[in-house]
Design a protein. Structure first.
Length: 317
């Protein structure tokens, strides 16, 4: 709800300055729907620590949702005024403690949020969801996707990539957001980003092909994925972070470099390649022989083969 240290929410101005982004939560609460949810930091904070809401999960129910205060909802208006005065377009990571496209959220709340987004055109709103199949219908019901929105989805492994990226491509094709992005954080399995199933809505553009390349340089902008973010997992309460094979991040890094796709590696998490950071710690070896060491998020850093990758999507002021 204030300036954030989340590195991929920062923007770079035309003169090279980095402008901090913001986080804003219109409401709090969600339901677990995928493996990435197992170590949910929002659940650890808002349900386990502070008891603000009950977190939903299979076999338990959808949980509860709590709308934030009117004073909090006025914060983006202040940020918009400041951005206009500074001639910048800062990013707002919206619903870091929830999901905008969650079916359990009252439709009126989403409409109120979209109205707020439209009233703050100097801000670029990042809507990251684990439910991309709901984006189009819920956006239409809320009055249409605001012009200053970027859409993203979480893909922690190949299964989620194959499910979510086609849905995101269709949402971009139908709604024309500023850009689209994938958060592969936590990266829990191999992802080959040069292929995804062709969504039914777009089959007429791909003939008999069953798969398309969502980041190919020649892919039409109306469906091309603009950015991929990777990162390892961190401990959350009783949940112990699962290791991420450094080769999984390298494949995404290299594919983005080949295609000119913006790439951002946020963090290594609790585990890091033994070649990246020296020291003591529990070891884990993957079937391909690559070994990682548990050193903790504070020590693992954010380099891959000694290099930081901090690509940011630039939006004209």
């Amino acid at each position: 709800m204030v300036e954030t240290t989340i590195s991929w929410t920062w923007t770079r101005t035309a003169d090279g300055r980095l402008v901090p982004g913001y986080t804003f939560n219109p409401w709090i609460g969600c339901m677990k729907v995928a493996p990435a949810c197992d170590g949910c930091y929002a659940e650890n904070w808002m349900a386990t620590r502070y008891k603000r809401v009950e977190w939903g999960m299979p076999g338990v129910g959808v949980g509860t949702r709590s709308r934030t205060s009117a004073g909090n909802w006025y914060q983006p208006v202040r940020w918009n005024k400041k951005a206009a005065a500074d001639n910048t377009r800062p990013f707002v990571f919206c619903a870091s403690l929830a999901d905008v496209f969650d079916k359990a959220v009252p439709a009126k709340w989403r409409k109120d949020l979209f109205d707020l987004i439209r009233s703050t055109p100097q801000l670029v709103w990042l809507l990251l969801t684990k439910r991309p199949q709901n984006i189009i219908a819920m956006s239409i019901a809320a009055g249409g996707l605001p012009a200053n929105v970027a859409l993203g989805t979480t893909c922690e492994d190949q299964k989620r990539w194959d499910l979510n990226v086609p849905e995101l491509a269709v949402a971009k094709f139908e709604l024309h957001p500023l850009f689209t992005f994938v958060s592969a954080e936590p990266l829990l399995g191999e992802i080959r980003p040069r292929s995804a199933p062709v969504p039914e809505v777009l089959r007429r553009y791909f003939g008999n092909s069953l798969h398309f390349d969502p980041i190919h340089r020649r892919q039409p902008d109306v469906i091309r994925l603009d950015q991929i973010i990777t990162g390892g997992e961190t401990n959350q309460g009783s949940h112990r972070a699962r290791p991420s094979n450094p080769q999984w991040a390298r494949w995404i890094r290299d594919a983005c470099a080949e295609c000119g796709t913006v790439y951002h590696h946020k963090q290594n998490g609790e585990w890091v390649s033994v070649s990246e950071v020296s020291g003591e710690g529990e070891h884990f070896t993957f079937p391909d022989g690559r070994t990682v060491r548990r050193v903790g998020a504070a020590k693992s850093g954010r380099t891959i083969d000694g290099v930081e990758h901090t690509g940011h999507v630039q939006v004209a002021a």
